[in-house]
Design a protein around this ligand. Structure first.
Ligand code: SAM
Ligand code: SF4
Length: 317
């Protein structure tokens, strides 16, 4: 479907849960989340109906995210059912990878086409610091399980954090020399009340270009990242710049939260509820939400925090 600003919307990101087995400092408060009642969250059947409704409006790509989507007990079933819906061409998952040793193969068999894995540091202590509870070896086991299960075009996402991992840009980029993966650097977004980072922590994607002058530009793949490649690499380097060079005019996505709210823009507090609706009702509400998608996310920088009204784990990054 085309929104009122003429953009073709064909991609829906669905958060399956606000809960997570990690506590990344820029994403979630240390003590986790205020648990919502089970009755307020979308059921598996409602998620599937929302995908059916979205597909009838021209959505072809679904990404399951969270919170951590792989802690959902029914994740494999949800993916399997999603793959059977007419019009859905691609099912992707964004995950911290910790549960992949047991889930990579079943997810692949359930029709998941691609994985994005989050990794902000290759240093054990720093990884544990940023995730508050995680172990780098846990990520690595998950990453290798994904490769062994036959996932191709894996993308690894690192949030750029000044004073934390700007000294690791080179080593993270080196992953593309060793493995057939894309390494993507994402500018940190100032969300609701998460994040104990000051202004100096916000660094621009341009820092990556300064540190890696040997990068050559590569044609875009239809996503939001500016793409480059190291000489002789097996994968690309992607730079995602929601703060310093926003890409709202090209935005093709909407989001659905675990409690059933359609968010046509990540940084707006506009929300349209699907909870409790049947397929026709969901289709009507989705139409309305897509049509009214804001033209851009408004001012966003260290001084202007996101107006989303939620932390990232409550929206689905
Ligand atoms: N738990 C999964 C994971 O970490 O991959 C999926 C959900 S997580 C919210 C999705 C992505 O959002 C992760 O790559 C994470 O690094 C990113 N993210 C979270 N908070 C962010 C922020 N404030 N700015 C930029 N990216 C953020
Ligand atoms: Fe959990 Fe992902 Fe947020 Fe980290 S970024 S706390 S892994 S939801």
């Amino acid at each position: 479907m085309i929104d009122k600003h003429g953009r073709k919307i064909n991609y829906m990101r669905i958060s399956l849960t606000e809960r997570c087995n990690l506590r990344c400092r820029y994403c979630m408060p240390e003590d986790g989340i205020v648990k919502k009642s089970h009755d307020d969250m979308l059921t598996e059947d409602e998620v599937i109906n929302a995908v059916k409704a979205a597909s009838s409006l021209g959505i072809t790509k679904i990404r399951y995210t969270g919170g951590e989507p792989l802690i959902k007990k029914n994740i494999v079933n949800i993916c399997e059912r999603t793959s059977e819906i007419d019009g859905i061409e691609e099912i992707c998952i964004t995950t911290n990878g910790i549960m992949l040793p047991t889930l990579a193969k079943p997810l692949r068999e359930a029709g998941v086409s691609r994985l994005n894995l989050s990794l902000d540091s290759l240093n054990e202590e720093k990884y544990s610091y940023i995730t508050r509870t995680g172990k780098l070896s846990g990520f690595m086991d998950g990453f290798h399980a994904a490769l062994d299960a036959g996932f191709e075009k894996i993308k690894i996402n690192a949030v750029l954090i000044g004073g934390f991992n700007d000294d690791e840009i080179e080593s993270l980029a080196e992953l593309t020399m060793k493995y057939p993966v894309d390494m993507r650097f994402i500018e940190m977004m100032p969300m609701y009340d998460s994040g104990d980072f000051d202004e100096n922590a916000f660094i621009s994607y341009k820092k990556v270009l300064e540190v890696l002058p040997q990068l050559s530009p590569v044609e875009k793949d239809g996503g939001v990242a500016k793409l480059y490649r190291l000489p002789g690499a097996l994968g690309n380097i992607g730079l995602i710049s929601p703060i310093s060079a926003h890409f709202c005019f090209d935005c093709n996505r909407i989001r659905l939260t675990a409690d059933g709210k359609v968010k046509p823009c990540l940084h707006s507090d506009d929300e349209y509820s699907l909870k409790g609706l049947d397929l026709d009702g969901m289709t009507e509400v989705l139409k309305e939400a897509i049509w009214h998608k804001p033209s851009w996310h408004g001012e966003l920088d260290a001084k202007h925090r996101s107006k989303a009204g939620r932390n990232m784990n409550q929206i689905g990054g």
